[in-house]
Design a protein around this ligand. Structure first.
Ligand code: ATP
Ligand code: MG
Length: 209
């Protein structure tokens, strides 16, 4: 599904953060959103996902305005912090994520995703028992089990060392490709640019690239 962001403006009080931001991400396209800390990357991702209402502009996914229903049905979000329920093991958390997204649990899809990310042996582990790398994969799995058409990640590698940063970026690239999803990753880490064909720059409230 094509993502089209058009003329987004957003201010916090008197401070403008996004000024007339427009971008198009084609179906299946992968891009990096690069910008300094505080440049507005998370704000823009929140607007794209329909989690934050902009002052002006529109966001459409596959020609539909993005609202709660569209987000749940089509967008997989990888937040910077692990959003799993600590009382449930990894497998149960992923089933819950599916149920919250579209009301349907698909255990086979959960198994397949854990296998793909190489953490199926941790399916019965509780979130706090995971290593940092395993937790990162669990966060990716949570976004993938709903079979998204758009995969969005906010600083997915900020807590990782150089080696793991490359591995996790590769994992996201491959996961999006095999799911047929578009991929948009926000980061201030310009070491990731070599792995992406397209880099969007967020600077002074504008996106270029
Ligand atoms: N709810 C809010 N109220 C007021 N100001 C905010 C709010 N959220 C963010 N800001 C400010 O807006 C600017 C952009 O914030 P945002 O979180 O989008 O940046 P970012 O590019 O994601 O930064 P980082 O790389 O540090 O995560 C920052 O100056 C921030 O302090
Ligand atoms: Mg941020």
């Amino acid at each position: 599904m094509q993502l089209e962001v058009s003329g987004i403006g957003l201010s916090y009080g008197d401070t403008p953060v996004l000024r007339d931001v427009s971008l198009v991400l084609d179906s299946g396209e992968q891009a990096l959103l690069l910008g300094a800390s505080g440049s507005g990357k998370s704000s823009l991702l929140n607007v794209i996902c329909g989690l934050q209402t902009p002052d002006s502009g529109t966001v459409t996914l596959g020609d539909q305005p993005v609202h709660d229903g569209v987000r749940k049905a089509h967008i997989g979000i990888i937040f910077q912090t692990l959003r799993l329920v600590s009382a449930l093991n990894v497998h149960a958390n992923l089933l819950l994520a599916q149920r919250l997204a579209n009301g349907v649990q698909n255990a086979a899809k959960v198994d397949e995703t854990l296998e793909q990310l190489g953490i199926n042996h941790r399916a019965k582990a509780r979130p706090f028992e995971l290593s940092q790398g395993e937790a990162q994969r669990a966060a990716i799995a949570r976004a993938l089990v709903v079979s998204p058409k758009l995969l969005i990640a906010d600083e997915p590698t900020s807590a990782l060392d150089k080696g793991n940063t490359k591995v996790v970026a590769e994992m996201l690239i491959e996961a999006a490709r095999s799911a047929g999803a578009s991929l948009l990753i926000a980061t201030h880490d310009d070491r990731l640019t070599s792995q992406f064909g397209r880099t969007l720059m967020l600077e002074n409230g504008k996106v270029t690239g």
